[in-house]
Ligand binder design. Structure first.
Ligand code: NAG
Ligand code: NAG
Ligand code: NAG
Ligand code: ZN
Length: 407
């Protein structure tokens, strides 16, 4: 764990230390004239019971970036003993109601997929591990036909403004799957996104393999991220989350859903832009992959071949949800590079959380086409779903310094 913190500290920019303190934003978004926009739908309605777990304190919300805003949070894994009682009670209620399946935590060594104890089948209906490509019916893996769903993981980051500027120039909004500790490090970048009306979803506090954690640690990873987003947006609470490395199973999904009302968003293509910084891919390979996915042409895209074949199932159906990151300049550039191909091939670009509530129930034909694609990959560990955290040099899948928060 300490490596993770050290890595974060090393990249702590002067700008976040000297963050200008601006007045807090209250409820409500700026309404830009943005094309292809559905109403914002990333947050729970004010009457949703989950708000009971995140009451406004006696003081008003502190300005994002101010010492009062950050001092109540810690830049490290939370011990469950420091958890608000309401969260623990909500978990206990869900357990008593039989809503959380009793699946043992998995175990993993760095760079490998989590493994369950003997006799626990990750592809069984009971476990349904997303790492092993098992889709629960409540998950969102596909976009509606014709839609190219956009979302970016692991922000905020120093490259966030560049992405925001490009999206602004195209009148687009996106979903940011935010890492809680990164919000503390990059308050200005966070505020930029909120002010432009982008959508937020939870990507956990410290980016662990969630199936390796105890129930209480899962609650902590989600809850503290929810609380920081709540305190940084004048009280909004996200409705969606994306598991780091795509690692969720029915126990993790149920805790996210039953305690915090969070629906799981996955992806059906992986740009592997997270491995640009370690040479795991190149911008040229990503260009070819995007060309293949958006045009439906087959391509030999190296590591991406089997995934690209999924697109052959039919033109623009299912729609695309491509795993993309805002973790490096090249990752952001890869999206900018792909943009003309996406548009020229007739895709309708949409922020993933804006169609997610419409597409949770998949068209059976779509589901069959996609699972046929994933079955072809079922012979071995599926490292293509691995997604990395903020600092690729410390979190690349081959780096032995990476440790799960808990095993
Ligand atoms: C999806 O969210 C939008 C915006 O909140 C809402 O208008 C729409 O009714 C929702 N659709 C479903 C199926 O819940
Ligand atoms: C969140 O904001 C509230 C203000 O409504 C404040 O009372 C509370 O201490 C904040 N939480 C943390 C952990 O800073
Ligand atoms: C974005 O919207 C504004 C206002 O409607 C319009 O002037 C501008 O041309 C649009 N830009 C693009 C790239 O579509
Ligand atoms: Zn991630």
């Amino acid at each position: 764990m300490s490596f993770f913190i050290i890595a974060l500290l090393l990249v702590l920019p002067l700008s976040s230390v000297l963050a200008t303190v601006l007045p807090p934003r209250q409820h409500g978004f700026h309404h830009h004239n943005v094309q292809q926009r559905l109403p914002s739908a990333w947050y729970h309605e004010p009457d949703n019971p989950v708000h009971r777990l995140f009451r406004r304190g006696p003081a008003d919300y502190a300005p994002v970036g101010s010492p009062e805003w950050s001092s109540g949070f810690q830049r490290a894994v939370y011990d469950p003993s420091s958890m608000p009682k309401e969260w623990k009670d909500a978990l206990d209620d869900a357990l008593k109601a039989g809503k959380i399946p009793d699946i043992p935590p998995s175990n993993n060594t760095p760079g490998t997929n989590p493994v369950y104890p003997p006799g626990v089948n990750p592809n069984s209906d009971r476990v349904c591990s997303a790492t092993y490509q098992c889709r629960h019916e409540d998950d969102i893996w596909d976009a509606p036909p014709g839609v190219f769903g956009i979302g970016f993981d692991d922000g905020p980051q120093p490259f966030t403004p560049k992405l925001a500027k490009f999206l602004e120039s195209k009148n687009l909004t996106t979903t940011h799957f935010l890492i809680g500790t990164n919000i503390l490090y990059y308050p200005n970048e966070f505020r930029l996104l909120f002010d432009r009306g982008d959508d937020f979803a939870v990507h956990t506090w410290t980016h662990p393999y969630m199936t390796t954690l105890s129930n209480l640690r899962i609650v902590a990873e989600l809850g503290w991220t929810m609380l920081l987003i709540h305190n940084s947006t004048g009280g909004f609470l996200p409705k969606y989350w994306r598991p780091p490395y795509g690692d969720a199973d029915n126990r993790v999904r149920a805790i996210a859903k039953e305690v915090f009302g969070l629906t799981t968003i996955m992806w059906n293509q992986d740009a592997r832009d997270w491995s640009l910084v370690t040479g795991g891919t190149t911008t040229a390979i990503i260009h070819k992959s995007m060309q293949s996915w958006t045009s439906g042409e087959s391509c030999v895209c190296g590591l991406l071949k089997s995934q690209a074949e999924i697109k052959l199932a039919g033109p623009k159906s299912p729609g695309l949800i491509v795993l993309e990151h805002e973790t490096s300049e090249d990752a952001v550039n890869s999206f900018i590079d792909a943009y003309p191909m996406i548009v020229n091939n007739g895709w309708n670009i949409m922020s993933v959380t804006r169609f997610a509530n419409e597409s949770a129930y998949q068209d059976p034909a779509t589901a069959a086409a996609s699972s046929a694609g994933s079955l072809m990959d079922s012979s071995g560990p599926l490292t293509t779903t691995v997604d990395i955290t903020t600092q690729a040099s410390d979190d690349s899948i081959n780096d032995v310094t990476q440790q799960p928060a808990e095993v």
